[in-house]
Design a binder for this molecule. Sequence first.
Ligand SMILES: [Zn+2]
Length: 333
Amino acid sequence: MEPVTYQKRALGFLSRILASGDLPGSLLFTGDPGLGKREAALAFAMAANCQTPAGGPYLFGEHGPCGACPSCKKIRAQSHPDVLVVERSGAHVRIVQVRALLETLAMRPHGSGTRVVILPEAQALNREAGNALLKVVEEPPERTLFILIAPEASRILPTLVSRSHEIRFFPVPEGDIARWIAENRPGTAPEAGRALAVLSRGSLVRARELAESNGLARRDFLARELAALARGGVRRAMMLADLVSRDKDQAARDLEWIALWLRDLLVRHYAPERIVNADLAAEVERQAGAAGPERLLPHLAAVADCERDLAKNVNPRMAFEALFLQLAGMKNG
Ligand SMILES: [Zn+2]
């Protein structure tokens, strides 16, 4: 199943809008990355333009698009002239992009359906571009629907929010993600599936990425390295920092595993039944036995420092060196 199919509430709203036949001028999809917002926006555009009157069951029940007619196919391939997707260019969606959009919108739609403008990262609109867009959202051209997508409504212009009908996408419950992993990755042990589900933080896209990038093997490797750090001192800490910081995305995932692992070591002291890495319970117990809470709390603080440094674009190798030196007991607090 695609991630978006778990967004029952959002899909229910959208189905009712389609059933009413009365499309609003602007929709705002909010929620964390990886919940299927972009997919829902494209599917909604498909449903609003599907050439098969009976439609199909895709996402919106009887009001869903067929997925097979020329219009549906073009929209899926993002080559439909009346479905305009405005991606950001660099860090922002820029005023020149919005001006180009306005020129297109000044003309009539190509087809007889609904023209749909999708901004997959509306939070990236800079102020000038946002204000320019606001004017056209306030007075939309005929048969034109805007779909703005952002992590949170607070990240875009309040005036744009007030003109839009907000539809929230919620994190998928851990139980559903664990079930999805069990169904789609049959080789995964149930406890390991649960660890992946927790680390996915409600996103099936992340769960899939983690499963595909062999996330558990990496966790096992990191768990061994962290155990070895206490013995290996400075040199080992430096080598590990060098290894972990080579790839930015991998580094971010590694840091999450390390945080989850250290959390488990701490939790093991108070509520052992609540550790997440239950498939490695014996190793958690062994490492927790070697490090009491008074040592683990500064470790967790060092993880938070490392996270902050990475977000501020501090050299990743230096950020990890500081973390691993702390974990190796070479720093105080
Ligand atoms: Zn269709």
